[in-house]
Structure formats: structure tokens, C-alpha cells
Design a protein around this ligand. Sequence first.
Ligand SMILES: Cc1ncc(COP(=O)(O)O)c(C=O)c1O
Length: 409
Amino acid sequence: MDEALQDLNPAPRLLMGPGPINADPRVLRAMSAPLLGQFDPQFRAYMRQTSALLRGVFQTANPSTLVVDGTARSGIEAALVSLIEPGDRVLVPVFGRFGHLKVEIAKRCGADVRVIETEWGRVFPEEILAKEIRKHQPKLVAISHGDTSTTMAQPLAVLGRLCREHDALLYVDATATLGGMDLPVDAWHLDVVSAGLQKCLGGPSGAAPLTLNARAEQHIFRRRHTEQGLRTSDAVDGEGPVIRSNYLDLAMIMDYWSDRALNHHTEATSMLYAARECARILMQEGLASAFARHVKASTALTAGLGAMGLTLFGDQRHKMPNVTGVLVPQGVEGEKVRRALLGCFGIEIGSSFGPLHGKIWRIGTMGYNARQDAVLITLSALEAVLSGEGVKLPRGAAVDAALAVYGRN
Ligand SMILES: Cc1ncc(COP(=O)(O)O)c(C=O)c1O
């Protein structure tokens, strides 16, 4: 029979790359709940609950805390296209692939983009960020918190204050870190922050949680515009230029999420259930416990990799606890190892991009997979594959080292 007519029956996989990871089974269960209309009072209650749960995740009191329908990139693009007016000066510090993505999007929005770059595997010292903000006087600074391409996390605690001193808005892409690392949005004065579900939040990709504060709201509502087919006689547009995307217009999306419930897109109902369940599971566990779980998994993984004699990539003081870069040993073909891990063990780990292409593997310990069993299975499989490739390593040492971190020696 034609393969396309057979049931969808994907092989079981342990997804230990930089995302997506295996979704928490509770999230998949929530996604199979019956569909509701988006203006059904029960569904509106689920939206309000999602917003409240996400306020906990983002550590914010922002009323405008919502979900953009689309992958994490839709959250980034919604933030940038709604904040940037053509000609605005935007500063983008780039320390990996996803910095370049923000440069690309800001350019498409017609911004005058100023880029500063650092070598992949490093982050920016705060003094450099301060100096560049003073020099460029941007209207907006757009930066990643963690960049999965390099596994590094940029310290952000003072950047919000610096931006306020210079009257700049600050957008943070927390796709790789939300739920896995501390990111207190209000305490750090972050104006707009967005993420995705498929990393530390333990869901599938396809929904982008986003929060924005009153400063950003004011800015975006200056550009508010109501679609002709929905206009009522009392509709008043903002005085600013219309946002250049309809789907990603945050003013419209805020109006849809607010009690005005103004029609916009048809809700991706099952993804909203997923976002609600991801946030619920995280808040039930507690942020501190989730962050500690990620640190423990990362410490165990890196101890195991070290015991195998492998070298970690990048400035370890700034490594994210949820993704680890490890150098492909001399004489080993990185892709052959990845193929063997997938083919023999059903385990996926990540390759790398740009200047790191072919040089490192990226191993995720995030969200639902930041677990002892997932770390141990990955280490033992990698050890067997590398040994089969002729790498001399002490058999059993990796799992022992990781077990020692979990306190079960
Ligand atoms: C920091 C960061 N930003 C953005 C993205 C893009 O996310 P998506 O593929 O869900 O659009 C990723 C994905 O890896 C990421 O790590």
C-alpha cells in the first residue's frame, strides 16, 4: 500500500538536541482535549488562566501577557514589527545565530540597524553594552537571553536599567531560556520578552508566549489600527504609522486577548491548551525547582562528558544550563556519530551552524528531558558509539560521573 495511506506511527525518540525536546505527556494530553470556539466563555476563561500562569513564568505583573500563534520566531517578529517604525535606530548585540535573526527581521522592518558582534562561545561584558548604547542612542535594543547556537547566556540584570537611562526600549528573546533559567522580567526592567514552548517549557513548537509592559504598550497602541471589517463608529486609530504586519500586529493581538475580545485570527485552540499546560506544570513544580533541575542535569551531563575525555565548548561561566556544546574529537566524523545515536539508540543530539558547523555537538537537557534517566541514557549511548569509532575512553566512567552528581554512586 502507498506509505502515505498508512497510519502515522513515528518511532520513539529521545530528543536531546537544542530543541525541540520530547513534550511532557501531560501537554500532549491537554492538546487532545475537545476544541472550543474562541469566544466560548469557557475558552476565554482558559485564555485568562494562561495569561495568569504565564505572568508567573515571566515573573511579571504585565496585564499584556499572551500567546502569539506560531513558533518562537513569530513572537520575535511580532515584537519587532510592532515596536519598530521604519527609520528607527535598533541596536542588536549578536553572539550567535539568533542575534543574526533579529538583525534580519529588524532590517525587514525598515530599521537603521546597528550590529555589535562577539565571537561565538562568548557573551558581552556589561561595560561594552553600556558603551554601545551611549554611542548609538538606539530607540530599541534587541537581544537574545540564551542563544542555542552557541549554548551561551547573556547576563541581562543591568541591561534594562541601562536602556531606561537612555530612553531605549528593550526586547529580549528568551526562547532558549524561559522556564530553565531565572528571568525576572519586572525586576530586570525588560520591556518585551518572548519565547517558544519547545525548549525549557516542555511543549511542542507552535506557540510563542510573550509579555509586554506599559512602556511598550503605550508605544504599540500609538500604532493601533482596527480592520475595516470590524470597525465600529467609535473606533479611533492611533496617530503612529500602521504596523506593517496584520497577523503579527501586537496592538490587534492585545485587543483580541483583552476583555474587548476583538476578532483577529482564528485561535490555534490546541496550541493554547498546550501553552496553558506547559505554564501550569512549571508553576506547579515551582520556578526555583525547575531551574535547579536544569542545573543538575547540565552538571551531570558535563561531568559525564568530561569523564569521557571530551572538551566542552565556549566560556563555561556563561553556559546555559539547558544546552551543552561539546567539541567533536579529532578524527571523528560528527554526523556519523549523530546518525549512529539515532539509528541504534533512537537518540537525537544537535549539530551546529555557521562558524561552529561540524565542530561541536549540542546536547540539550531541557524541559521534560532535564531528567536523570535521559542524561544517563544519552551518556551511555554516546560512549558506546564513540568507542565504536575507535575513541579511547574509560568505559563506564561517564555514567558513574553523572550518577555521582545525582548523589547515587
Ligand atoms: C534563541 C532562539 N530564538 C529563536 C529561535 C527560533 O525558534 P522557532 O524555530 O521556534 O521559530 C530559537 C530556536 O532554536 C532560539 O534558540
